[in-house]
Design a protein around this ligand. Structure first.
Ligand code: AMP
Ligand code: MN
Ligand code: MN
Ligand code: MN
Length: 276
């Protein structure tokens, strides 16, 4: 089964409209696709319709921003009901915090000598409720400040750099709770990307499971082979379902195209066994 259970559209910081992401996935041989925009459900109806037209299966999803031990963690929800009130209300709060953060980032960048960055980022954000650091990065590239998005992050947008603003996202318990209340399965996204000690990583997965979380992205566009093997063992040890996820944002910004990640190790239980 070519399942890809994590990607983005213009409803958050992806480059393609929801229907175009689905068509690209279908052309790449994807049989089961989840759209998982950051903190936003607005692309799901269009994507579901496009999946019907393309003849592929579709899973409604979301990627929720969470704060855990001063680190930002992403929790994907799969098979959620986009109408569930707890999830909708929770995400509305997260987006409102995101908007506040974007304003503060604009001020922080101005103090670092880059003026009008919020307006610039907004020009790249197709959804006015969802300004991401990726939109700031694209603006800084377009204005010639830095050569590419990765370099902007390294110099301006990560902790300790002038455009970084500390922000309190949802709690882990809230995010997993909203997903469960919406009938979905909670998944720890790209676990190798977090700067957590071994003990804090254990604490993350302990709290995640205690809150009702059940799955982890073992194969991710953001993982090396070695990282994949590390989280495959973690999935076995903790009896977690395993997900496969390109985290595709667009051709120019993503190392792995939608549907083109490696297969899961065959002994793991795929999360899509619960979604079909
Ligand atoms: P935000 O949720 O607004 O803090 O933005 C996070 C998004 O920025 C991620 O989902 C990626 O799309 C992008 N991003 C984060 N770190 C990097 C990086 N080092 N290089 C390129 N894009 C990044
Ligand atoms: Mn993103
Ligand atoms: Mn993420
Ligand atoms: Mn993502």
């Amino acid at each position: 089964m070519n399942a890809d259970l994590h990607c983005h559209s213009t409803r958050s910081d992806g480059w393609l409209e929801p229907a175009a992401v689905v068509r690209r996935a279908a052309a790449n041989g994807v049989e089961l696709l989840a759209l998982t925009d950051h903190d936003e459900l607005g692309g799901l109806a269009e994507a579901a319709e496009a999946a019907r037209e393309a003849g592929i299966r579709f899973v409604p999803g979301v990627e929720i921003s969470v704060s855990f031990k001063a680190e930002t963690i992403h929790i994907v929800g799969l098979g959620i009901d986009p109408e569930a009130p707890a999830l909708r209300n929770g995400l509305r709060q997260v987006r409102s915090g995101r908007d506040q953060r974007a304003r503060s980032m604009g001020e922080a960048l101005a103090a670092a000598g880059i003026s009008d960055a919020l307006a610039g980022a907004r020009r790249f954000a197709r959804n006015p409720d969802l300004v991401s650091r990726a939109h700031f990065a694209r603006f800084l590239v377009a204005s010639g400040v830095m050569p590419d998005v990765k370099t902007v992050f390294d110099h301006y947008l990560v902790r300790g750099k002038p455009g970084f603003v500390e922000h309190e996202w949802a709690s882990l318990q809230e995010a997993v709770g909203w997903i469960c209340q919406a009938g979905g399965i909670a998944v720890v996204a790209h676990p190798a990307r977090y700067r957590l000690s071994g003990a804090d990583m254990d604490a993350l997965f302990d709290s995640f499971a205690a809150a009702g979380g059940e799955a982890v992205e073992v194969v991710s566009g953001a993982h090396t082979e070695e990282e994949m093997l590390r989280f495959a063992s973690l999935a076995r040890r903790r009896n977690l379902l395993a997900s496969r996820a390109s985290d595709f944002h667009g051709e120019k910004e993503s190392p792995v195209d939608v549907g083109r990640c490696n297969p899961l190790p065959p002994d793991l239980l795929p999360v899509w066994s619960r979604l079909l």
